[in-house]
Design a protein around this ligand. Structure first.
Ligand code: MN
Length: 497
């Protein structure tokens, strides 16, 4: 039996632990059907196939998703290649579980031809999510276990599976605010796609945790003392270590200067309400001097995916910088589980009310989708909160480009390639010539017309571009043109511009 594989007993015990009065019989029955259906079937790892659905269901139960989702996790591969079909599942387990299994099965079967694989996958994910977002949770858990057993796959499949996880699944998990899932998917994929960098980040992390472990423990004790003295009851204080892929991305932004990464280990303080968050921030700043411009109020200004917390970096006694993240219990739950938090089983019976319109919007989208067949139109309809500030447009080859709302053909051109931006002279949107400052819409197919003799971008474009990327590229090019001109005028000058 491989490491971290789960048995039906393990699954039942986490269900008993995470749910109040769970329908254990439902889980048992789903297991028996799955076990029978996969009898004799092996995975490439050489293990019995049933270990896969068990792992998927275990993850879903760990996330505390309602038991129908857990049961569907057990049954998710049954209808694909066994005697058992969706109707059998419907008869035994009812409509809800049957339709979840059916959606997961359909997601695997749909094959688009002649379109970029990335677009295909995006389409499938969007559509499945719009019909029932719980299908995506099962897909995430499925992909997670596939990544955990990727070592048994041929190398080209490893690469493809890992790349899809990194480029499609993880960004969607992120958009849905599911940071734990995003982190798990990214770190597993990272290991396969960039093994050297992965080892490097792991080494950094091990060294830093060794170096800083003791001082973080002291900081936590001190923070607990401060809160006690202030008579502020906290729910929880804990240290959290940055994820490896997220560290890698940050290192790239800071030219690999680890000393600039302040949140390698952060201290999280969870309290009951928002007023207490600000009170805690005040007490933290009374005891430790905050690093200028490092205070982020994501409570007043949440991130686009709904993330809320107060972040502050402070100078500690030993000269180190430490980051505190302060949030309410509800914010904590949403930060870890995002949209899936709404489907979590609640011990207290209390469901977070905020952001519940996500669910309502999804229902609306589901209805609208039912009446439309064209995917591009559907994309237009997909204005759920998580995607509200972004648009998705297509290259003529079918690649998806993700841009902020109001983005123009110039933003699009630079998003594809700097040279396409630099040489852009006109743009066609859905086969119509448009002005370069016109706002693009989700689903638009954008074709950039370039002129290779063009010297560079028009500085006037700075007046309407929406992305920082396009802005900086236009400015860079201007500097470059000026630099070349100066060098021509002053051939021996060492002026660096
Ligand atoms: Mn599967």
């Amino acid at each position: 039996m491989p490491e971290n594989s789960r048995t039906i007993e393990d699954l039942l015990s986490i269900v008993e632990k995470n749910y109040m009065n769970p329908d254990v019989d439902l889980i048992r029955r789903a297991y028996h059907l799955a076990n029978e259906a996969h009898q004799g079937e092996k995975r490439l790892t050489g293990h019995d196939y049933i270990l896969h659905p068990l792992a998927v269901a275990y993850k879903l139960a760990e996330m505390g998703l309602n038991l129908n989702v857990v049961a569907a996790g057990l049954l998710h591969d049954v209808a694909e290649d066994s005697e058992v079909d969706i109707e059998d599942i419907r008869k035994n387990f009812g409509d809800d579980i049957a339709s979840l299994v059916e959606s997961v099965t359909k997601l695997k079967k749909v094959v688009y031809r002649g379109v970029d694989r990335y677009v295909e996958n995006m389409r499938k994910m969007f559509l499945a999510m719009a019909s029932d977002v719980r299908v995506i949770f099962i897909k995430f858990a499925d992909r997670l276990h596939n990544l955990q057993t990727l070592y048994a796959m041929p190398v080209h499949k490893q690469e493809r599976t890992a790349r899809e996880a990194l480029e499609i699944y993880a960004p969607i998990a992120n958009r849905l605010g599911m940071s734990e899932m995003k982190g798990d998917l990214e770190d597993l994929a990272f290991q396969y796609l960039f093994p050297k960098e992965f080892d490097w980040m792991r080494q950094i992390m091990e060294t830093k945790v060794r170096e800083k472990g003791a001082s973080v423990t002291k900081l936590i004790e001190k923070a607990e003392q401060i809160l006690r003295d202030a008579k502020l009851a906290h729910v929880e204080i804990h240290g959290r270590v940055k994820r490896l892929y997220s560290l890698y991305q940050k290192m790239q932004r800071y030219q690999n200067d680890i000393s600039k990464v302040y949140d390698l280990i952060a201290i999280r303080i969870v309290v009951e309400d928002v007023a207490e968050c600000y009170a805690v921030l005040g007490f933290i700043h009374q005891h430790w001097v905050p690093v200028p411009r490092r205070i982020k109020d994501y409570i007043a200004q949440p991130k686009p995916n709904g993330y809320q917390s107060l972040h502050t970096s402070v100078f500690c006694e030993n000269g180190d910088v430490a980051e505190f993240q302060i949030r309410t219990r509800e914010m904590h739950e949403l930060a870890e589980y995002g949209i899936s938090a709404h489907w979590r089983y609640k011990e207290t019976g209390v469901t977070p009310q905020k952001n519940l319109h996500w669910m309502e919007e999804l229902v609306v989208i589901q209805k609208e989708l039912a009446s439309k067949s064209d995917f591009l139109e559907q994309l237009e309809v997909l204005k759920i909160d998580a995607f509200k500030d972004r648009i998705f447009v297509f290259t003529p080859q079918g690649d998806v480009i993700d841009l902020p709302e109001g983005a123009t053909p110039i933003d699009f051109a630079f998003a594809i390639h700097t040279e396409i931006g630099n040489k852009c002279t006109a743009a066609r949107v859905n086969n119509q010539l448009v002005n370069l400052d016109s706002a693009l819409k989700s689903g638009d197919i954008v074709d950039i017309i370039t002129d290779k003799n063009r010297k560079g971008p028009n500085p006037d474009w700075l007046k309407f571009v929406k992305t920082q990327h396009a802005r900086s590229k236009i400015k860079d090019k201007q500097k470059h043109v000026m630099g070349a001109w100066l060098r021509n005028v002053l051939p021996k000058s060492k002026t660096k511009l």
